[in-house]
Every structure is written in C-alpha cells, then in structure tokens.
Design a protein around this ligand. Structure first.
Ligand code: GLY
Length: 348
C-alpha cells in the first residue's frame, strides 16, 4: 500500500523575499528543509525552556559545525516587551554575532514575534527562520512577517514587517501542546473558514473529532489549508492595507479583551473566539448572517472548548473604549471585520 504524503510546501510569493512554508511530520529532524536557508556560520536559536525540553536537541544537531547560541525567553505574553527584546540584543552582541547571523525562532507566537523583531533590528537586519511549535503560530503568526512586542498601552504597538527566510511547521510538535493552547489555536483555524472558505467550515464540522484527538492526517489537512489562505492573503497584501485585514476577524474585540485582562487570565485564541462571536452577532444585527449561522459558529467553538461569552468582569462599554485605541483604526474611525455571509469576510 502506498504511504500517505505527510508534508506540503506552500510558497509565500512577494516582490522581494518570497519564501516557502513547509508543513508536515518530522520536519525538525530534516535539516535539508531548513539548512538551504542558513547562510554564514553563526546561528542563534531563540526559544523557551518548556519547548527546548522537547525540541531543542533536534534542531541543535543540525548546527554542530556552526557557532550556535541559544537564548531562552521567559514564558507569558506579559514578557513580550522591549525589556526582554533588549536582552536578546545584548546577548547577540556579547556573543559576537555579525550581520551574517541567522536567528531561529523555535516556539509559539511570542517567540516568533520577538525573534523576528530582533532580526529586523539587529545590525539593521539579519536573516531569521520561523519554527513554530504551537497551532496558533503554525496557522497564522509565523507567516507573513508581522514582528514586534507589546507596550503597556497596547498589544503589538512596536514592531516591523520583516519576512523570514522560511517557515518550518512540524505538526509533531502539536502532540505536546497543552490542551488549552491547542484549543485556543483552533479559534484562528475557524477564522479562516469564516472569512473565505465555507467548504473548510463544513470540513471542520465533519472532522472535528479527528482534529481534537490530534490525528496527523487531519492536522496536516487543516494546517495546510490555513497556511494556503494565509499565504494568498499575504501575497496579495503584504503590508496589511487591503484583503489581509480580513485576518483580523474578531481581533479588534480580542485585543481589547486581552488589554483589559492584562494578558494573563486569557489566551489570545480564547479572546479571538469571543471576538468571532461578537463579530458574528454584529453581522446578524446588520442582517448579513442568520441566527442559525451564529449558532453554527458558536456550536463549533464550544465543541473546541472555546468561550463564546465575555468574561464576567468585562462590559461592552469598557470593550468599546479599549477598541477605539486599536492600531488598526484610521483617522479615529473604528475598523471592524464582519461577515457578509459564512465564508465571506468584509472590512467595514
Ligand atoms: N495575524 C494577522 C496577520 O498576519 O495579518
């Protein structure tokens, strides 16, 4: 019997700096996937202790002939700030990394965003590779070159667009992801279905049991589908002035929820799930979605163990005030992504 193909490569095609996103099983043990994107002889892997325990040795083994450093970031979105970012800079300088160095982000979205922003700024720009190990990073954050850190006055307020050399999404890393984080990532997956792929929504509903039990074939199909959508949107609109903004469905609400919750009690994906429900409810109010559509969305989110209601300590008024500060607003006008119908997002 022929063995099933367990990997795919999707190209992010840009005017400058096009790059491949590899999705599959066993990729971290295959240097041939990422070594062609390492130039020079200095590498620095940025990661976190909990991820390093499982995956650092695999990646390190490819670099025995290189000057290869490791930087550990603390865990938690509250550490995604200029202080920790500055520590990366200091270590790179102390270890004598030059402009030919390649940084490798081995971890979730926080590691990827901070490493990418360090790469964008270190000696005015060095190469970096994304090796996302969480679902949220594999389907969204690691692709598209959004890098940066939070400020106490807002999430991702300091950063740069800076594309990686390649993205290596090894789906085996999802087997060690804590359930709550895996479920949070599914909010971003559902987002793609809602903004541009009704068939994918059907697929998710029909295969959710396989997804929740993390069957490899289901994960490969699901992540490849999301990456293909992300690559298409980034290719069409690298700088986020047009269609790429559809990716923010639920996110203006979510960022406000996170800011008001001080990033600690709630995961990004959980806030996105609440935001998807609020955006869908708004779309119902405008007559674009039916209540049956809204219930369909809520039912899928609940099956994925995701919240559909705001936390008790938050009111809609507080949320609206925080949303007015979102960086996606222009000329003081609140920008929202809503749904014209299931599978069709719109920016209003
Ligand atoms: N995560 C949204 C974007 O990359 O545009």
């Amino acid at each position: 019997m022929a063995r099933k193909i367990m990997r795919h490569t999707i190209q992010v095609t840009l005017e400058k700096n096009s790059y491949p996103v590899s999705v599959g099983s066993g990729l971290l043990q295959e240097p041939a996937i990422f070594m062609p994107h390492v130039h020079g002889h200095q590498v620095c892997i940025v990661t976190q202790k909990n991820i390093a325990d499982f995956y650092l040795a695999k990646v390190l083994s490819a670099f025995s002939e290189y000057q290869c450093g490791v930087i550990f970031l603390p865990e938690g979105e509250q550490h995604k700030n200029l202080t920790e970012w500055g520590k990366i800079m200091t270590i790179l300088l102390e270890k004598g990394h030059d402009r030919s160095a390649t940084l490798i982000a081995l971890g979730g979205g926080m590691v990827g965003d901070m490493t990418g922003f360090a790469a964008a700024c270190y000696q005015r720009g060095v190469n970096y590779i994304q090796m996302p190990t969480t679902l949220i990073a594999q389907v969204d954050a690691a692709i598209g070159g959004k890098t940066g850190v939070n400020h106490s006055l807002g999430k991702n307020m300091i950063g740069a667009f800076y594309q990686p050399q390649c993205v290596v999404a090894d789906i085996d890393t999802l087997q060690t992801l804590p359930p709550r984080e895996f479920h949070a990532g599914l909010a971003e997956v559902i987002k793609y279905a809602l903004i541009r792929d009704i068939d994918f929504l059907d697929w998710l509903e029909n295969h959710i049991a396989d997804v929740l039990s993390r069957k490899k074939e289901a994960l490969l199909h699901m992540i490849t589908t999301c990456v293909s959508h992300k690559a298409a949107l980034v290719t069409a609109d690298e700088r986020d002035h047009g269609v790429r903004r559809l990716l923010n469905l639920g996110h203006t609400f979510a960022h406000a929820i996170e800011t008001l919750s001080s990033y600690e009690s709630i995961l990004h994906g959980e806030a996105v799930a609440m935001g998807l429900c609020l955006a869908a409810q708004h779309s119902v109010n405008l007559g674009w979605l039916t209540t049956t559509d809204l219930e369909r969305i809520q039912s899928l989110l609940l099956t994925c163990h995701l919240p559909c209601e705001l936390p008790l300590h938050l009111t809609l008024e507080q949320l609206m005030t925080a949303m007015k500060k979102d960086k996606k607003n222009q000329h003081g006008k609140l920008t929202l992504i809503l749904l014209k119908k299931l599978g069709e997002g719109v920016c209003v």
